[in-house]
Design a binder for this molecule. Structure first.
Ligand SMILES: [Mn+2]
Length: 270
């Protein structure tokens, strides 16, 4: 007999975009998370030669386990970013191609890997809108890099050639499921509060943050001095950006699931 009532409440809440995760009666809205998607640029036999738009499944599983509703946003026109972001409670930036260096005023050096200009443009627009609308951001790998660049920072195009103090394997040979290097977190940061002073992470990046954008602050470093985590310095923004891949370590790593739980909690507050 409550079924009809629940449906009515549900449909009313659906149009109230100000509030998510509302408890009213028996209805609890889960935060809606926009995952910035990727595309396979070349057709592969496994999809019968079809081009596909996709997100790695680990991101979807991590959000599900944290009781959020994931929605993959396919690469599209930058003009649509405002509409997408306004419908989401949080934006997740995932891994993938190198960020085009012209966004930070450089030509592509000899050790750059493939870029994807359409993805860059669309994600830059999503980030700009998320910042404007103060929607929580969780950024992973390429995500921390494009976030830093969008906000005015720069990257090392290739750590092995451009960062003289590199001493650690940042493109690990071990399977991504396992952590290989440590990250020291900054006391007082959200990251420190979440995971403590030192954690073990996996590593699959040949680029990294160089000059940190105004508006971001470093909260985690590898022992050879690479910035592995950033947060917003502006208290009105809710940002956690990390250089490693928690999505490939769950569900076996409870520690890595914490990042998804934290993101859903942050997105529920908005
Ligand atoms: Mn690393």
């Amino acid at each position: 007999m409550f079924q009809v009532g629940k449906l009515i409440i549900g449909s009313v809440l659906l149009y109230n975009r100000e509030a998510s995760f509302i408890t009213e009666g028996m209805i609890k809205m889960r935060p809606l998370i926009g995952i910035a998607g990727n595309e396979l640029l070349e057709s592969v036999p496994v999809f019968g030669g079809m081009a596909v738009a996709y997100s790695p499944n680990g991101f979807i599983k991590g959000i599900h386990a944290a009781k959020g509703n994931p929605l993959v946003i396919p690469i599209g026109s930058p003009e649509t970013a405002k509409e997408y972001v306004s419908r989401m409670d949080g934006i997740l930036l995932t891994g993938g191609q190198d960020v085009s260096p012209h966004y930070y005023g450089e030509e592509p050096g000899l050790h750059m890997q493939a870029t994807f200009p359409l993805r860059d443009e669309f994600e830059m627009a999503l980030i700009a809108e998320a910042l404007l609308q103060k929607k929580p951001i969780f950024a992973v790998c390429r995500g921390i890099q494009i976030l830093n660049v969008q906000m005015g920072g720069t990257l090392y195009q290739d750590l092995d050639h451009d960062y003289p103090d590199v001493k650690i394997q940042h493109v690990q040979k071990t399977t991504f499921k396992f952590p290989t290097h440590s990250v020291i977190t900054e006391p007082g940061s959200h990251l420190h509060e979440l995971v403590g002073g030192k954690i073990q992470v996996n590593s699959y990046h040949h680029q990294a943050v160089k000059e940190i954008a105004k508006g971001l602050k470093p909260v985690g470093y590898s022992p050879d001095g690479i910035v592995e985590a950033l947060e917003a310095s502006d208290l009105e923004q809710s940002i956690l950006a990390i250089q490693w891949h928690p999505e490939t370590m769950i569900p076996d790593s409870e520690l890595m699931q914490l990042f998804f739980n934290d993101f859903i909690e942050r997105s529920a507050k908005k």
